[in-house]
Design a protein around this ligand. Sequence first.
Ligand SMILES: CC(C)(COP(=O)(O)OP(=O)(O)OC[C@H]1O[C@@H](n2cnc3c(N)ncnc32)[C@H](O)[C@@H]1OP(=O)(O)O)[C@@H](O)C(=O)NCCC(=O)NCCS
Length: 150
Amino acid sequence: MSLAQTPPWTPRPARRDDGAVIAVHRYAGAGTAQDLLAYERWVAPRIEQGGYAGVLAEVDGVVVAGAGAVMLDWGPTRGEPIGVRARIVNVFTAPAWRRRGLARSLVQALISQCQARQIQVFSLAATPDSAALYAALGFMRYPQEMILRG
Ligand SMILES: CC(C)(COP(=O)(O)OP(=O)(O)OC[C@H]1O[C@@H](n2cnc3c(N)ncnc32)[C@H](O)[C@@H]1OP(=O)(O)O)[C@@H](O)C(=O)NCCC(=O)NCCS
């Protein structure tokens, strides 16, 4: 998109009552009713209390994309005294709106918003569709990380 063009979408911060749509983004349309409800109930109060920052994009009042950041109470590390990190989650663009720069612009806005709160470290789990986007934004693979499930 050229700089002279105005995007057809309007970005706005997520609100408490956006929990249901954010849950749909989380599971990219594939969550069970139970998954969706559980996430909606988890995210709604966190939006209100600041533990979750979200940005959504609307076209004609309909949400077509979103991105979120969960604030992680990580603790200070060397050179990072604030002790809060952000996990980027729930990045989703409705299929009809893909490859127009929506996810890029929402994730950039979210990162700027977090940086304004002095957050310096961001992590995420990329999908095959999103890895190039995050690499272009400066994210790097971090092979030191390990996970145990169950
Ligand atoms: C991944 C996703 C969020 C991208 O949304 P989008 O609004 O289409 O992304 P953008 O238009 O901002 O794309 C920015 C860049 O990301 C990369 N990208 C986006 N979709 C891609 C795809 N399907 N395959 C390869 N690269 C892709 C490209 O580099 C693209 O830039 P370009 O269009 O100039 O080549 C969207 O495809 C989606 O919702 N997928 C399902 C959910 C998902 O995977 N979410 C990511 C969770 S981490």
